[in-house]
Design a protein around this ligand. Structure first.
Ligand SMILES: Cc1cc2nc3c(=O)[nH]c(=O)nc-3n(C[C@H](O)[C@H](O)[C@H](O)COP(=O)(O)OP(=O)(O)OC[C@H]3O[C@@H](n4cnc5c(N)ncnc54)[C@H](O)[C@@H]3O)c2cc1C
Ligand code: SF4
Length: 349
């Protein structure tokens, strides 16, 4: 295990352990340190940041994800926070966290900020991910946009210039067949953002977003959706794609039904982007919804607190996407809320 930074705290009792160093966990640790609480952050990967490290430009403002990460990391690094990376928590209790190497960290409270996992698109075999060329996930596209910026543009990263592109919403979300009943909340707006990114790079391409419902829940999202249609001429089709198959000329044929007109539809495309959902990670034996995301005490005044039936008398808190799909702003806010709740808890104790 690599211990990156263990400043003056090495021999002290830990007050709060934050598990997970994505944006929610980093924000929680910063907030605790600002209040003078001795905080330890453990992260299973070798670096901080979680999923945001893979994203290119963020909805709804097109701010580079790197810029947001750098600013957060600068604040993190300016505080006395014990950071343990390459350390995976396998067991979590309010007074201890056990790591994969058997080490046990004793503490007075724990904030769980272990985030989400991305849905494995290979589970939806009918869309051909991993089987056919030119099928990508939204996460792949973020990496390709990075690669394109660093090299010879997106066409260079793809190895071709697409003339027609389809994006499919709700892949691995709202789908009982793959046990993912929930809406992943961020993929509709990600689909709009990515369609615009694609149109900016391939102005001559026709772009089609296939959706069940369009859910624009945040500030500026509806405006971006309208702009995608009016300024960028992106086509939104209410319909479900049933399958994709390769054609003899190296393209993909998709079969769908336009559920507004009731007509079946076939279309050849050069690029097929699957807007994958957010899937729950391990639940550590804690109460969780059918979707697998951890259930908080209540959805109003206790949304960052573990429920009493978690077998504890308090001391366990949740921040970010571990309890439901959320955008970055919401995850950061929960980092603050969970830190304040944990600080109040250990003071009262
Ligand atoms: C394709 C896609 C694009 C997106 N684009 C945007 C966007 O443009 N704008 C926006 O606002 N939101 C976007 N989001 C949502 C955004 O990614 C999340 O809101 C954000 O990453 C949540 O942060 P988090 O800290 O809760 O979780 P995560 O980012 O998942 O971080 C969790 C951390 O915990 C660590 N961890 C997990 N388990 C353990 C363990 N057992 N022990 C120790 N560490 C552990 C992980 O390694 C990780 O570093 C997007 C999501 C997707 C799927
Ligand atoms: S946000 Fe949109 S694409 Fe994502 S699961 Fe919900 S409805 Fe489907």
């Amino acid at each position: 295990m690599e211990v990156e930074r263990m400043k003056s705290q090495k021999n002290h009792t830990r007050e709060v352990v934050v598990v997970g160093g994505g944006v929610a966990g980093m924000q929680a640790a910063i907030r605790l340190a600002e209040q003078g609480v001795r905080v330890t952050l453990i992260e299973k990967k070798h670096e901080l940041g979680g999923h945001i490290r893979s994203w290119y430009h963020l909805f709804p403002s097109f701010t580079p994800a790197q810029e947001v990460y750098d600013a957060l990391h600068e604040r993190f690094a300016s505080h006395d926070i014990e950071l343990i990376t390459s350390a995976e928590a396998t067991e979590i209790n309010p007074t201890s966290v056990t790591l994969a190497d058997g080490r046990v960290l004793h503490t007075k409270a724990v904030i769980i900020a272990t985030g989400f996992e991305i849905f494995d698109a290979r589970r939806k075999e009918e869309y051909g991910y991993g089987l056919y060329d030119h099928v990508y996930t939204s996460a792949d596209l973020e990496l390709l946009l990075h690669e394109g910026e660093a090299g010879e543009g997106l066409a260079g990263a793809l190895g071709f210039t697409p003339r027609r592109i389809a994006l499919l919403h709700c892949v691995g979300s709202r789908d009982e067949k793959v046990c993912q009943p929930h809406c992943s909340k961020v993929c509709c707006i990600t689909g709009v953002k990515q369609a615009i990114e694609l149109k900016k790079r391939f102005p001559d391409a026709e772009i089609f977003n296939f959706y069940m419902d369009i859910r624009m829940f945040g500030p500026g999202y509806e405006e971006m959706y309208r702009e995608a249609q009016q300024k960028y001429n992106i086509h939104f089709i209410r319909g479900r794609i049933s399958e994709a198959s390769p054609t003899f000329d190296g393209r993909l044929q998709i079969k769908a039904e336009d559920t507004l007109t009731g007509r079946p539809l076939r279309m050849s495309v050069d690029m097929f982007v699957l807007l994958i959902g957010m899937q729950a990670g391990p639940n550590f034996g804690l109460p969780h919804a059918d979707s697998g995301f951890l259930e908080p005490q209540d959805l109003f005044l206790g949304n960052v607190v573990a429920p009493a039936q978690a077998g504890t008398l308090g001391g366990l808190f949740y921040a970010g996407t571990v309890s439901a799909p959320k955008a970055i702003g919401e995850s950061l806010n929960e980092g603050i809320a969970a830190a304040d709740a944990a600080a109040a808890y250990i003071k009262q104790k």
